[in-house]
Design a protein around this ligand. Structure first.
Ligand code: MSP
Length: 649
């Protein structure tokens, strides 16, 4: 294993109730990110835990008639059990009531004090207990009208805030405004997605007020060092978990801390970005520590359009889903169904459909049919193939393209895209397998028969490795059916890319990988057996109009086309977009077009696609084609000539 590392965290959850599907979602994203990095041969550290102090928790404990510590203790095993059921393989579970954490928080505050960034003062403002935050001036100025006997509503949860006035300690956040803006400018990929990054930069540009970091309104917290009448503000306390867990403040753990810090990824939902993207970096700057490398901000899981939340009492219990479906179909569904940076409504009917069509039919049946056919013909060993015929080579090429594409999507945390790409490939494997009718070949031509089985095994082997971060146990079962022992200590993805399909497989029958849910209606997909094996769905997953609006499609004229000697697929285009400039765009159409067929033609391009390097050349967009039944790619053009740069709407 290399010395490269990947450190990922989840938010630490308020322990006021059992975990719900929303908390599971963040933890799952972090788990998948850690596992994906494991497949790249990195050492990984995945941290999760619980946020146990503050007024919100104290009030919930009081309501339950328990002392706060007894109250929070009662939930820890519940969290740990659910995380284990869902195979969330964290390295550490930190609790803010742990003595190691308390010590680290106090050390951290002392460091800020020494720096001269803390002073004593008085604060009054509108406070939301549920979100443990004061309204900012902007929140207050943009707030709707409110009843006189209540405070203005919190912009995050909508609950009435309370007027609070406290003597306390302040952190000089205002002194960090310019440093933060400079940091954002130098690190434009700090926050994914871009909209959140833009929101944060404009929030900071609008001005920062110093932050009250101690409380006297509750005594349920870490005593403020040097003035124990105060406790630390719960958000300062909570954020420090990301360093206390890896050894901050413990002289014996200095090396561990230096190895793991800074974190490579903080995962969270959009409600708590400000704390992570503004306050946390400012605290870290003050403490002379490096800043996190990236924040991944996911959307909310909603139920009937409303955020799923303990306090709205509209939560789905992950344990109930686990008992009914098992962990891995739910893991798959959450990542396949909801584009990670958008909100997504949870619906059982969609879950049933995806398990039936995608897991049981597309993937499970493919494995099962192949194994049954081999068994029926007394084949246990699939030998190394001496050579491959045309269709198998095509499938192998598609397999390698899939790895590259999936890798690109996973590195951007676009899990739904990575899974869609894998399922496109699974569709191709199904089309290849069925198209060759191997049940007939078994008697007619045993050489081709074995080749079809071998190509299918190689494809399934690859699918299992790419899918392992999402469905680890199921994919290890799949690999065991092929006689492959899974070992993530090798650089699995790199080895996959280097493999030339030279494996031998020892087959073993296993029970069906996925069970179809009883209530599921038959798969609503009409399996249109087109050449690429892709399914047209009668019930597509709809996307909101604003998602469509995010894609910038523009017309450009192809001015020059060059062949790329090292590639048998790509052509390098120089495209003129008029007032929007000129761009280099790579298109995988060498098979269908000669340079002279394209030069001078207008075509449609995705203009705001993230630039991507291929064979050392940066492609700054994507050309759109329509794929006809015979696999031929047809140019898409406006019906008449339009000015270059014209946007499609
Ligand atoms: N304790 C703070 C976080 C401190 S981190 C230093 C907190 N806790 S929380 O229990 O309210 O959980 C917040 C996180 O749980 C969200 O940021 C998100 O990651 C996850 N989710 C809670 N409800 C969710 C949904 N309905 N949908 C998706 N994620 C949700 O804030």
């Amino acid at each position: 294993m290399s010395n490269k590392k990947f450190y990922v965290t989840t938010p630490i959850y308020y322990v006021t109730a059992r975990p719900h599907l929303g908390s599971l979602y963040s933890t799952l994203i972090a788990d998948v990110a850690a596992r994906w990095n494991k497949l790249q041969g990195k050492k990984t550290f995945f941290l999760t835990g619980t946020d146990e102090h503050g007024q919100k928790v104290a009030q919930a404990a009081e309501k339950a008639g328990k002392a706060p510590k007894e109250f929070v203790d009662s939930y820890i095993d519940v969290y740990k059990k659910i995380w284990k059921d869902y195979e969330l393989d964290y390295n550490d579970f930190i609790r803010t009531t742990d003595p190691r954490h308390k010590k680290a928080v106090q050390e951290f505050i002392k460091k800020l004090e020494k720096k001269g960034d803390i002073y004593k003062g008085e604060y009054s403002g509108w406070y939301c207990v549920s979100d443990e935050a004061y309204l900012t001036e902007t929140d207050y100025n943009t707030t709707v009208t409110y009843k006189e006997d209540e405070g203005p509503p919190c912009p995050v949860c909508g609950r009435a805030t309370k007027l609070m006035k406290e003597q306390g300690y302040f952190f000089k956040l205002s002194a960090y405004q310019d440093k933060l803006l400079k940091f954002y400018k130098e690190n434009p990929d700090f926050i994914t997605p871009k909209e959140r990054f833009n929101e944060i930069t404009s929030f900071v540009k609008s001005g920062l007020r110093d932050l009250s970091i101690s409380r006297t309104t509750t005594d349920w917290g870490i005593p403020f060092p040097g003035d124990e009448k105060h406790v630390c503000y719960v958000w300062l306390d909570a954020l420090v978990n990301y360093i206390s867990a890896v050894g901050y403040g413990d002289p014996k753990k200095k090396d561990d801390f230096n190895f793991w810090w800074p974190t490579d990824l903080h995962v969270m939902a959009k409600d708590i970005v400000r704390f992570h993207a503004v306050y946390w970096p400012a605290f870290l700057m003050a403490a002379d520590l490096e800043l996190p490398k990236r924040l991944l901000v996911h959307g909310w899981i909603t139920l009937c359009g409303k955020k799923m939340s303990k306090s709205f009492a509209n939560v789905v219990d992950p344990e109930v889903l686990y008992k009914k479906y098992g962990a891995e179909p739910v893991r798959y569904f959450l990542l396949r169904q909801i584009p990670v940076t958008q909100d997504g409504d949870f619906c059982l009917e969609d879950l049933d459909q995806r398990i039936t069509c995608e897991l049981a039919n597309d993937l499970g049946n493919l494995l099962n049919r192949m194994l049954m056919l081999a068994q029926k013909n007394n084949i246990l060993t699939i030998p190394v193939q001496e050579g491959w015929s045309g269709d198998a080579i095509k499938l192998r090429d598609e397999a390698f393209d899939t790895i590259g594409d999936v890798q690109g999507y996973m590195e951007d945390y676009l899990f739904h895209m990575a899974l869609a790409r894998m399922w496109k490939f699974i569709g191709n494997v199904n089309a290849y397998f069925h198209g060759h009718e191997p049940w007939k070949l078994a008697k007619k031509d045993s050489g081709v028969f074995i080749e079809v089985l071998s190509a299918t095994c190689h494809s399934l082997h690859q699918i299992a490795l790419l899918l392992w971060p999402i469905m680890p146990s199921k994919m290890e079962e799949l690999l065991s059916a092929l006689g492959v022992t899974f070992d993530y200590k090798k650089n699995v993805i790199e080895n996959l890319k280097l493999s030339r399909w030279t494996e031998k497989f020892e087959l073993k029958m296993i029970p069906p990988l996925f069970e179809k849910p009883e209530e599921a209606s038959e798969c609503k997909k009409k399996q249109v057996a087109d050449k690429t094996g892709q399914c047209e769905t009668e019930t597509p997953s709809y996307i909101p109009i604003d998602t469509v609006a995010q894609v910038e499609l523009r017309v450009g004229t192809i001015e020059q086309v060059e062949e790329i000697p090292k590639s048998d697929k790509l052509l390098q285009l120089a495209v003129d977009f008029g007032q929007c400039g000129k761009r280099t765009i790579l298109a995988g159409v060498k098979k269908w077009y000669k340079p002279e067929d394209l030069i001078g033609k207008q075509a449609v391009f995705v203009f705001n696609l993230k630039p991507r390097k291929m064979l050392g050349i940066e492609s700054q967009g994507m050309m759109l084609f329509a794929e006809s039944d015979d696999g031929q790619l047809q140019l898409t053009q406006p019906a008449g000539k339009v000015p270059n740069g014209t946007r499609l709407r």
